[in-house]
Design a protein around this ligand. Structure first.
Ligand code: NAD
Length: 518
């Protein structure tokens, strides 16, 4: 992992941490002796002494404990400020992501601006409704009382982002964290330096810096940051780092959401509109130069379908990117040299049927299709995360399903068929974070659908209301009246069979019918 210039020696923490743009008005950079600012450090029993970020975490916790983030007016004002950030800094975001990874402006505007705004608008439109206490059923004993679920903020949350959608992947969780009334530290990826700098320098000027901070950090600093006790950690990245984050959180019994990755299969049945399939698969695979966590990672189809798909994919790629995709303004680049080299090495699996050209200087890898790929080839052992689409031949839908089920559960499963029964069969007999029939990626455009993984592709979910729910503790509350002690005393000792009968009648949950299918 590249850590950029902010790597610092274990012995002297101050130098790089002083460079960290904690935002205008965010106060001084933390140091080893920081007590949390304003002498409040001692009130936070969870501060890790000697940790360079302890002061920052304490300061945010003090702000959270003050109750400042709870009123809906406060939450809405911070969310509106995020909207202004997206609106006013749109061009800077497009420029930064273009510099970082050649992200085409269309793709950046769609994924980093539009989808974030959708999340923001969905949240602002519904926040007052989501925040309301949810009244729940009561038993006979509590019939006259108030029973409700309160969505409580957790406190100080940590959001660690990934580089492939460097704005979207911290901003969408942040929307939910703010909506739910939390304070937050945001740690964008250090891989996309231009975007990281923009976020570190500009975002804090839009937000209340008592409650929100951006920490720019590489692996070593993030390791130190994770030593602190947070009330929730939301991580987006690889399964291997997900384990590290979860282990660090477990030390404090901190709940986590892990948005991870995996190999997303794409089954193409023999009955389908081949040209439409080719376009939809090529778009999903080559969007962002293949660096999308829910990109179709490989195609499973019959030999006959592979023969039909090949010219259709070639046509789709030319239609999208012209005869030389390297000259297309609509095709991105690998994010870094290590990623370029890793993905380039995967071209040695199977046989290149389309594309295959590379240019190390530009970190360019052409949209590529590989055939004759074996299950044991290196490209089938890891998430590709680049513009290569291997095709694995299977004899039937059953074999495709068995293949999918022999691997770790992915973030998405795709199935294409003109026969709905085939699509439903793949849905029913596989498991994955999300599913999309007859298209790729499009399920992520719906704020109404939960987004997240299962097994090694992740833990928890977000988007739309689910982000708000993720950052809210569901607090079960019962508010009773002070009187009616004669009824209440039936549960107190000395016990008797007669009292037990009455207590049972007042609190028992009865089965409604004998048939479980009703
Ligand atoms: P990564 O795990 O290397 O890095 C993610 C974040 O973790 C970065 O901010 C990085 O600074 C930090 N980090 C890295 N090593 C760390 C360590 N040892 N301790 C603490 N923090 C550390 O992942 P990446 O390269 O940024 O992203 C690629 C992976 O992320 C792919 O697997 C992809 O599928 C997945 N991803 C998932 C989603 C999703 O929504 N599920 C979205 C984007 C990317």
């Amino acid at each position: 992992m590249e850590t950029g210039s902010s790597i610092f020696p274990q012995s002297g923490m101050q130098q790089p941490l002083e460079q960290q743009p904690l935002g205008s008005g965010a106060g001084r950079a933390p140091d080893d002796d920081d007590d949390g600012g304003g002498g409040k450090g001692s009130m936070d029993g969870n501060a890790v002494s000697g940790n360079p970020y302890a002061g920052l975490v304490s300061r945010l916790r003090a702000a959270w404990l003050s109750g400042k983030t709870r009123p809906i007016e406060y939450r809405a004002a911070q969310l509106e400020a995020l909207g202004r950030f997206l609106h006013e800094k749109k061009q800077d975001i497009l420029d930064a992501t273009a510099l970082d990874m050649g992200k085409p402006p269309f793709e950046a505007e769609f994924s980093e601006i539009l989808l974030c705004k959708n999340e923001l608008h969905e949240t602002l439109n519904n926040l007052s409704h989501w925040m309301k206490d949810e009244q729940v059923d009561r038993n006979l004993a509590t019939q006259l009382d108030s029973a409700f679920i309160r969505r409580d903020p957790y406190g100080v949350v940590l959001i660690i982002g990934s580089w492939n959608y460097p704005i979207h992947l911290f901003l969408v969780p942040l929307i939910g964290a703010i909506a739910a009334g939390n304070c937050a530290i945001i740690k964008p990826s250090e891989m996309t330096k231009n975007t990281e700098t923009l976020v570190g320098e500009v975002l804090p000027s839009y937000l209340d810096t008592d409650c929100f901070a951006v920490v720019t950090a590489g692996v070593q600093e993030t390791t130190r940051l994770l030593e602190n006790k947070f009330d929730y950690v939301f991580f987006t990245g690889s399964p291997s780092v997900g384990r590290i984050v979860m282990t660090a959180a477990a030390k404090h019994l901190t709940p986590v959401t892990l948005e991870l990755g995996g190999k997303n299969p794409c089954y193409v049945s023999d009955t389908c509109d081949v040209q439409n399939v080719a376009r939809r698969v090529a778009w999903g695979r080559f969007f962002n130069a293949g660096q999308t966590c829910i990109a179709p990672d490989y195609v499973l189809c019959s030999l006959e379908m592979q023969e039909k798909l090949m010219p259709a994919l070639r046509e789709a790629i030319t239609e999208f990117y012209g005869p030389n995709p390297q000259e297309s303004p609509d095709f991105g680049r690998m994010v870094g040299d290590k990623h370029f080299q890793r993905v380039q090495a995967l071209l040695r699996s199977g046989r290149v049927a389309i594309g295959g050209q590379t240019d190390e200087k530009e970190r360019y890898i052409a949209p590529t299709v590989l055939v004759d790929v074996q299950h044991s080839d290196p490209i089938m052992q890891e998430e590709i995360f680049g513009p290569i689409l291997p095709i694995v031949v299977v004899a039937s839908v059953d074999e495709a399903i068995d293949f999918i089920n022999s691997l770790e559960w992915p973030l998405a499963v795709y199935a294409f068929s003109s026969d709905d029964k085939v699509v439903k069969q793949v849905l029913e007999r596989t498991s994955s974070g999300g599913f999309c029939g007859n298209d790729t990626l499009m399920h992520v455009t719906l704020t109404s659908l939960p987004f997240g993984g299962i097994g090694s592709s992740g833990l928890g979910m977000y988007h739309g209301k689910f982000t708000f729910e993720t950052f809210s503790h569901h607090r079960g509350c019962l508010h009773r009246g002070m009187g009616r002690e004669a009824i209440n005393s039936l549960r107190y000792p000395p016990y008797s069979r007669q009292k037990l009968g009455i207590v049972r009648a007042a609190s028992e949950v009865k089965r409604k019918g004998a048939c479980i299918l009703l």
